[in-house]
Structures are given as C-alpha cells and as structure tokens.
Ligand binder design. Structure first.
Ligand code: HAM
Length: 420
C-alpha cells in the first residue's frame, strides 16, 4: 500500500496549532474591524499574468516560485502567492472605489510559493493582510504599521523590531537606479541572478542573499529622495513617534515585490531563526493604475500566520490557549444515557441558565456522554481531555432528583438538584 504524506513544504494543522491559529484570526479580525477594515475574499487562483504584472517579472516570486498551471481550456492560471494583487483586481473589477467611500479592506487565507522549505518557510502558508486604498496621506502608512504592531503585541510577542525605509516615487527612484547600476557594475563576481538583474531591476540586488556581503557602502535611497517623498517619509516617522511606536531605519530594506513606492516596512522577530519577517508591507501608489484601474494611492501589509505563531509560542502564547472550562458528562448506568444526553444538550444551549445552576463558567466546552463504558474508563477519558469537572448521572441521585458534580482536580463531589 502506498503511504501518502502531505506534499513537501505543506503541513497539517491540528491540536494546539489549530487553536492558536483560531486565536490569531480573532485577534487580527478585531484589530482590523475596530479600524473599519472590511473583509474581502478572493479566489485562491487567478490569471497568472495578474501576478507577473503586479509583483514584477524579475522578482523571485514570479521567476521561481509561482505555481502556474493550465486549466482544461488552456487558460494560464496561478495559485496566489500573495493577497494584494488579488484584492486590487477585485477592487477594480467591482468598481469598489465608487461604492466604498473609504477603501479599507482585509483578507486572510492560504498563499503558495515554491520556495525551499525550512522552519518558517513553506510552500503553502497563511497570511492575514490589510490594504488601505485611496489615502495618500502618511497617516495611512502609520495606521497600517500600527495595526500590524498591535496584532503582534496582542499575541504577547515582545521581541520585535520594525524596519522602515522609503523607496521613493518613480522620479526619485530613477536616480537611485542610476547610482545602483554604477555601484554594482564595479562589484566583481556577482552571482548569476544579480548579473541578470543588474540592467532590468538593480534594486533586487540589494535583496540578494548570496552577494549581500560584497555590498559595502551601497548608495541609499535616502540620498535620492525628492522633497515630496522625503517629507512623506518624515511624516510617517513623526506620527509613529507621536504614539510611541519604536522603529529602525533600514536602508537596505527593498522588499521582494516590485509594486512598492515610498514607505516599506517589515516587522522582524529575534526568536524565530532566519525566517524572521513576521509581517511586511508598504505603499503602492501606482499599482491600481498599472492594473487598469484609477490612480488610487494605497498602502498595506500582510502577516505570515505560521511565523507569527512560531514567535508567539516562543513568547508563551501557547500556555493558556484553553481558556474554556471543559465539562465531561458521565453515566454510571446506561439506562440513564438519554437523560445525560439531554442534560448535555441543555448545558450546550444553556437552557434555563443551567450553567450558573451548576456553578460553571459561561465559557465552557461540553463532552459526552458515552454509552457502554465503565465509570472508571469515563473518568480516565475526562482526565485525558483535560476536563475540570465531570457531571455524573447515577441511579440513586437521579431518583432523588439530583446529579453529582465532581471536581477533577480536587476529586471533591457535590450534589445539586436537577429536575427536568
Ligand atoms: P511578503 O513579504 O511577501 O509580502 O509576505 C508577507 C509575510 O508573509 C512575510 O513577512 C512572512 O511572514 C509571510 N511569508 C511569506 N512567504 C512565506 C513562506 N514561504 N512561508 C511562510 N510565510 C511566508 C506580501 O505578501 C505583500 N502582499 C504584503 C503587502 C500587503 N504589501 C502591501 N500590502
């Protein structure tokens, strides 16, 4: 018999990780919703050209990492490697600039990149992201950075650093590009990717993992920023300082996608190894127009759920994932099974405020009853699932209109009246 395993670079999510992912989802949704971001769901696959156009032909994602396939009608499609391009496509397709007065959107879901798998880097991974469309003001950049930081803080992740840079607009970028080509042309033994990209996209060289050590005193974008871009960048920083948000300027931060203009940022953690970017984003003032929509300056970010949870775990977030009290329902005699079954139902539905009658918390999970098991094995099961209390249906007690509640930690039992 063939033994099937999850494909390389993918993983199954269950147990604690599934719980943690659910909590992250709640935390992020809360952070988005309280700032009036609205959810958008887009397909998992799109026209491959959408990503090539937006992310950029000479990026690693497009050159090496996209899952591209043809459907039965010969359409060239790709599994989405990120969410921004899809969201922008949906925004243009549904004319959302006309119906949504403030273009604040969020999304969550699986992304696919054919990367070399390692801890924190997968071929299928989840992102949650927010995009603020139509606000050119530095306050939108600051709001995006702050919502990212807030989510990480709510998950108790303390060891983070916000790396910030500006990539300027197309006019100041042209000067930077010239300086970079001049600089890189004088560097010997560039790797093959760098040689190839030098003419087409010299900014990508700043991101090269192989040649990074060779690049000393590289020109910085900061030297080339035009006065509008400089002011914009200063104001983003001013607003972050105003609310006490710490950051670090990183002149080498260029990001792996080509659509960015002006602000770019990454939030990195020191506790997760080499794949340390927990979330990242930036401004993309021309992308919507480049994809055939109106000129709508925008900014956004996405967090990688797996990486965020790795960091959260290191910071103790997994210690108290189970905040619910677990209640196990046991039957001493199978004759009482149907009564125990309907009691479980009443408890789940909290009929007649039965939880408070039993002195249970409001936040409970209910398990059982099971028939055909001895009371001893039911108690064992209750322990294994971590039940804090077991409700016992015994003949004598039921005849006296009572049920027993056993505290699984102290082993104490108390009777309460229970009349159906
Ligand atoms: P990105 O930097 O490519 O940006 O991805 C954002 C986050 O997704 C990363 O910081 C990382 O946490 C996670 N991530 C990326 N690749 C992987 C992988 N192979 N395995 C696990 N996690 C991964 C974007 O995707 C942009 N769309 C962000 C954005 C939104 N910019 C503007 N708006």
């Amino acid at each position: 018999m063939a033994v099937y395993k999850a494909p390389r670079g993918t993983h199954d999510i269950f147990g604690e990780l599934a719980l943690a992912l659910e909590k992250l989802d709640v935390v992020a949704r809360n952070a988005f919703k309280k700032r009036n971001f609205k959810e958008v769901k887009t397909p998992i696959f799109e026209d491959a050209a959408l990503f090539t156009r937006s992310i950029g032909e000479t990026t690693d994602i497009v050159e090496k990492e996209m899952y591209v396939f043809e459907d039965r009608k010969g359409r060239k499609l790709a599994l989405r490697p990120e969410g921004t391009a899809s969201l922008v496509r949906a925004y243009i397709e549904h004319n959302l600039n006309q119906t949504e007065p403030i273009g604040k959107f969020f999304y969550s879901g699986e992304m696919f990149r054919y990367e070399r798998p390692q801890a924190g880097r997968y071929r299928q991974f989840s992102q949650m992201g927010a995009e603020y469309l139509g606000n050119p003001n530095p306050s939108a950049d600051a709001e995006i950075i702050l919502v990212a930081a807030e989510i990480l803080k709510a998950l108790n992740i303390k060891d983070i650093k916000i790396h910030l840079n500006s990539l300027g607009c197309s006019s100041c970028r042209a000067e930077f590009r010239k300086k970079l080509v001049e600089y890189f042309s004088s560097v010997k033994d560039l790797c093959q990717d760098c040689q190839r990209r030098l003419e087409k996209n010299p900014l990508r060289l700043l991101d090269c993992k192989i040649d990074a050590e060779k690049f000393q005193n590289v020109p910085t974008m900061h030297e080339c920023l035009c006065s509008d871009c400089r002011t914009h960048f200063e104001q983003v920083q001013f607003l972050l300082k105003e609310v006490g948000c710490e950051y670090e300027i990183n002149h080498k931060l260029v990001r792996g996608l080509d659509y960015y203009t002006r602000t770019v940022f990454e939030v990195r953690s020191s506790s997760v190894g080499s794949q340390d970017a927990l979330c990242a984003g930036g401004r993309y003032d021309n992308l919507i127009a480049e994809l055939g929509g109106p000129q709508v300056p925008s900014v956004g970010f996405a967090l990688g759920c797996e990486r965020v949870l790795m960091a959260a775990e290191k910071n103790g977030f997994f210690n108290n994932l189970n905040s619910e009290e677990k209640i196990f329902i046991a039957v001493a005699d199978d004759e009482l099974f149907s009564r125990a079954f309907s009691f479980a139902y009443e408890l789940i539905e909290n009929k007649d405020n039965i939880r408070s009658l039993c002195s249970f918390k409001n936040n409970i999970t209910v398990e059982g009853p099971f028939s055909g098991k001895s009371l001893k094995s039911q108690f064992k099961l209750a322990d294994r699932i971590g039940a804090s209390k077991t409700v016992i249906f015994g003949k004598n007690e039921i005849n006296a209109g009572k049920i027993l509640i056993k505290n699984m930690t102290t082993q104490e039992q108390k009777e309460i009246s229970y009349k159906k």
